[in-house]
Design a protein around this ligand. Structure first.
Ligand code: CO
Length: 464
């Protein structure tokens, strides 16, 4: 029998895409032991923005959240999203920090680490992959999907081969903007399947309305796993619905391994939670609808809304049509980076600057310069020679892996935090998000002492 499996995303990507990652642990704790019986391939529950959100908004220790989920779901593979050498942020960390973070993620309960790099530069994922393998985890390498003259089927197929060589246990096609069409998915899955002998996972978003069709065609072309969200947390900027795709695919003769009663119970559990987020205004019903603008302009929805608010703030919204024409030109000049954070902001801001100043590259952003210097990795295509000259002058770009230039950091930070951090996990939280972690440590102490407020200085004084 034909087989396809499901990764449930309600705890991570659906949570992040629809309600800005504001789902607290106590709200979903009650359904975890049920979810454990659903028959999912995996549950994506950690990484991405969940870590920052735990510390910044929810007053939760992200590591403790992970351990709690694991205790409730001992039979399900837990999955996280990791941005290669950037871990959960947007800058490169030294290798010792990356290794420690990966090792601790697995030690605390993660089974599958989906690792990606915004530019698909494999030098930025190799350390995370190596450490995942060393700790007995499953590194799933993700291709940041985008469309451009240099992103051909052949290139993606070669990339998947290189990922297999690096030690990937599965290949994920990551369409973060929801712009992959059913035909493109079908062609790409076939191309990857012809090149490697690994399971292929499809990750997309419903934003433009293509996702259900895209998943269907991907499965027909041989995709082994699809990412879906329980139906009340599906659609719009989230994933397509778990129950719907199970229904359609089983009718076509696919075995999904999902238990109908259990996934219904999961959805019933989350419905009132979804409603409460609509009521409080955190969930804007608009993000659950279809928005095809990304197909017209070939830029992700989030980037378009950023551009609009940026132009409005500068009283220049009448320039939007010009900026929308300039955006693909800037992207081409930069060698067609996928329009994912931080590249989407970089390209958008530069396009707006070019239009507003009335001269292309009269001013060049700091990030664009760093990109041209090679600090983000290898550009997918050639960077325009004139732009290179304007951005760098006589400076030569680096050709090595950027993280090779970074000094180890974990041990020094641990020593610095002697009186504050209680574990290596605390140290990693601090390295990833220093201000948020400090605030969290202070609040944690205050909660224990049952005082109203505690500062980092007071924790230090107490310990000394
Ligand atoms: Co996503």
């Amino acid at each position: 029998m034909k087989k396809v499996q499901f990764t449930e995303t309600v705890l991570r990507d659906a949570n992040q895409s629809l309600i800005a990652t504001r789902l607290p642990y106590e709200k979903f704790e009650g359904i975890l032991s049920t979810m454990d019986k659903a028959g999912y391939y995996s549950v994506e529950c950690w990484g991405g923005a969940t870590f920052d959100s735990c510390l910044r908004y929810l007053g939760e220790d992200p590591w403790e959240r992970l351990r709690n989920i694991k205790a409730q779901m001992p039979n399900t593979k837990l999955q996280m999203l990791l941005r290669g050498q950037n871990l959960l942020g947007y800058k490169h960390y030294p290798d010792d920090v990356v290794r420690k973070f990966v090792a601790k993620s697995i030690e605390n309960g993660i089974d599958i680490i989906r690792i990606f790099d915004a530019l698909n530069d494999l030098r930025n994922v190799e350390v995370a992959v190596d450490e995942t393998l060393k700790n007995g985890g499953h590194p799933s390498l993700a291709i940041s999907y985008t469309q451009s003259p240099v992103h051909t089927l052949k290139k993606f197929a070669e990339l998947s081969k290189d990922m297999e060589k690096l030690g990937a246990k599965s290949i994920c096609i990551k369409d973060m903007a929801g712009v992959m069409s059913p035909q493109e998915a079908s062609d790409l899955v076939k191309a990857i399947k012809d090149s490697v002998s690994l399971p292929v996972v499809l990750h997309t978003h419903c934003t433009t309305g293509l996702a259900f069709m895209t998943c269907l065609k991907a499965v027909e072309a041989g995709a082994d796993v699809i990412d879906t969200a329980t139906s009340c947390f599906s659609g719009g900027t989230s994933q397509p619905a778990t129950e719907t795709l199970k229904y359609a695919l089983e009718q076509m003769g696919y075995e999904t391994g999902l238990d109908q009663d259990v996934i219904n119970e999961v959805n019933n559990y989350f419905k009132p939670i979804r409603d409460s987020f609509i009521e409080s205004g955190v969930l804007d019903p608009k993000v659950m609808a279809t928005d095809t603008q990304a197909l017209n302009y070939k830029i992700p929805g989030g980037m378009l809304s950023n551009l609009i608010s940026q132009l409005k703030a500068q009283n220049a919204i009448d320039k939007l049509p010009e900026v929308l024409l300039e955006t693909p030109r800037v992207r081409a000049d930069l060698g067609y980076p996928p329009l994912v954070t931080p590249m989407s902001q970089m390209v958008g801001v530069q396009a707006a600057t070019n239009v507003l100043l009335g001269e292309r590259y009269k001013a060049i952003g700091k990030e664009v310069k760093a990109y041209c210097r090679g600090e983000y990795g290898q550009a997918p295509g050639e960077i325009d020679a004139d732009l290179m000259k304007k951005a760098l002058g006589d400076e030569t770009p680096i050709t090595c892996r950027y993280a090779d230039l970074l000094e180890p950091k974990f041990d020094d930070t641990k020593a610095e935090l002697k009186y504050i951090a209680r574990s290596d996990e605390d140290v990693l939280s601090y390295i990833a998000f220093p201000q948020q972690a400090e605030k969290f440590f202070a609040n944690r102490k205050a909660k224990e002492e049952k005082t109203v407020k505690y500062t980092i200085e007071e924790i230090k004084e107490d310990a000394e």
